[in-house]
Design a protein. Sequence first.
Length: 212
Amino acid sequence: MKLILLGAPGAGKGTQAEIICDKYNIPAFSTGNILREAVKNETETGLKAKEYMDAGALVPDEVVIAVIRERLEEPDAQAGFILDGVPRTVAQAEALEQMGVDISRVININVSDEDIVKRLSGRRVCETCGASYHTIYKPSKQPNICDRCNGRLIVRKDDEPSTILARLKTYHEQTEPLIEFYRKRGKLAEVEGAEDLSETTARVAKVLEALE
């Protein structure tokens, strides 16, 4: 089972990836964690990536794909894997195909921009222990106070409305074209992201059951 999860930032890809990992005992990879692991292990491509990262530059597609290929060749990925937020562009998707990576299914989690802003702008994080809350879906018992350690709850820069809108703009311009790319290849499954996590999970599970 080789999966790609697509969706805007805040659509719930990471949460669904964790649930699928636990159920099917396969690893999940994002560009960020693959790059960090390659740099830490000082692989040849990891060192190339580090040069760009140290310079504060974007890591080029060919280096990103080379790092991903290295990781997918590891023993723990042979029974299957999930790519979360990878590929980010059509160029990266084409490079994956040229590498011979055969994806079983691409699951696109649809959530409107309006709901994304509501979800992300309501997130709060404890600056002391890192616990996560949400003003609507998971409020703390006392406003802006962590239930666990009484630390102060803050809004991360990534969750500020202006940052969210900028991230959504990038997603629509660079990543959304992947939906049509994979639809044309007969790989795409569309799932409507619900406010209720269990409902989204059930919809994703139906897609996966068809692959078993």
